[in-house]
Design a protein around this ligand. Structure first.
Ligand code: F6P
Length: 404
């Protein structure tokens, strides 16, 4: 590839924490090598329409200093547009004209699996791109910027729910983003010591959830000197029931990438628990014993669902994501300079930049359910009969796998 003079930065898919650090990492590393970087605004929609823009924002030192890396979201903007789906037979030609107009030689694109598939697609059309992994869902092969921020926010939301849950003795169901994998629900739920965590990788048996809820919650209220107790369930939006049926509301429609909008798992769980609470003869006795029973008004504990939605990826970026974003953005520039277009940044460890083909990096990675039995042995319910943790002890020789 001819030498790179100007890089276009794109962020695409759902926004999240750490993206501004990616942008700054790209801009500052490029600048260090005398390469300019510019923002291509609003994801692939902006790339497609680049040729019609009057100007692009140059990420010079002054402009970059105005971007706050510790804030989530992206200064470059987002859209859920897949280039191959744009109804224009000249779409790739138009993109190339846009890149030529602004002297852009290559792209650094941060996004998830759909974004990555476009990176591969653009590569086959002769547009050199490096992919920086980004998704709060954490469903790519490498770590993706935004995951840690989302996990931390979910943990805070679930923990904070306990104050209102305890005040009203309610069972609370927190439905969180994460699409068809349960990484964020699992890590956020464990982070908040949620009582029950339901993830798409484990189809849910509601009788098991009910029994666990009843034992845990009833005991909590009964043992409390002020008769207070709550029970927190964190559920991933893409959860399935024991027959493998997806539980979200199918009327919610699709986004511009063509994916179903997931919503409704929390409501479904509430209904399942309410049904069982109403038909369980022991519940009235529990309400009486705990002094809560009010005939015709308050005969069963209340179950409520809470859906923070986009809040789980809004607000602040975790320090971990700022660290990862900075490093991955900078590494993207170095890989481009090394002629490694078509690859995804995996990590920077010491002086090594790890990368892999984008087509491989975007293969979906679910939760390793072998680990779930460990949390079950610690008392958390995962909507199935607890399994024994079948572990193996492995001695590490030499260097330890590094996370930071
Ligand atoms: O893929 C990231 C994600 O936050 C998912 O967890 C969620 O289902 C989806 O995006 C929501 O997307 P949108 O912002 O388009 O509503």
């Amino acid at each position: 590839m001819a030498s790179i003079k100007r890089i276009g930065v794109i962020t695409s898919g759902g926004d999240c924490g750490g993206l501004n650090a990616v942008i700054k990492g790209v801009a500052r590393e490029a600048y260090a090598f005398g390469i300019e970087s510019v923002v291509i605004p609003n994801g692939y929609a902006g790339l497609y329409n680049l040729v019609e823009l009057e100007d692009v924002v140059l990420l010079n030192a002054e402009r970059v200093s105005r971007i706050e890396a510790s804030l989530a979201g992206s200064e470059a903007g987002h859209s859920r547009v897949k280039i191959s789906k744009i109804a224009d037979p000249n779409r790739y030609k138009r993109i190339k004209e846009g890149l030529k107009k602004f002297g852009i030689d290559a792209l650094i694109i941060s996004g998830g699996d759909d974004t990555g598939s476009v990176v591969v697609d653009l590569g086959t059309h002769g547009i050199p791109c490096i992919h920086v992994p980004k998704t709060m869902d954490l469903d790519l092969q490498p770590y993706s910027v935004g995951g840690d921020s989302a996990v931390n926010r979910i943990a805070i939301f679930a923990r904070d729910l306990k104050t209102t849950g305890l005040s009203h003795n309610r069972v609370l169901v927190l439905e969180v983003f994460g699409r068809y994998v349960g990484h964020t629900a699992l890590r956020g739920g464990v982070g908040a010591e949620a009582d029950c965590i339901l993830i798409p990788e484990i189809p849910v048996d509601f009788d098991v959830v009910y029994e666990h809820m009843k034992t845990t919650y009833f005991n909590r209220v009964m043992r409390s000197d002020v008769k207070a107790g709550t029970y927190i369930i964190v559920v991933a939006e893409g959860m399935k029931n024991a027959s493998g049926e997806e539980l979200y509301d199918h009327s919610a429609g699709v986004d511009a990438f063509g994916h179903k909008k997931l919503a409704g798992a929390g409501k479904y769980i509430r209904q399942q628990l309410e049904k069982r609470l109403k038909s369980d003869p022991e519940v009235k006795e529990f309400m009486r014993k705990t002094g809560m029973y009010a005939p015709g008004v308050y005969e069963t504990p209340e179950v409520r669902e809470v859906t923070p939605g986009h809040l789980v990826r809004s607000g602040g970026s975790s320090a971990f994501d700022v660290n990862f974003g900075y490093r991955a953005g900078a590494a993207g520039v170095l890989l481009l300079m090394d002629g490694k277009a078509g690859n995804t940044v995996v990590n920077v460890e010491g002086k090594k930049i790890f990368y892999m083909p984008t087509a491989e990096a975007i293969k979906q990675r679910g939760v390793d359910i072998d680990e779930i039995a460990l949390f079950e042995s610690l008392g958390t319910c995962f909507g199935r009969r607890p399994e024994k943790f079948g572990y193996e002890s492995v001695e590490v020789k030499g260097s330890v796998h590094r996370h930071l």
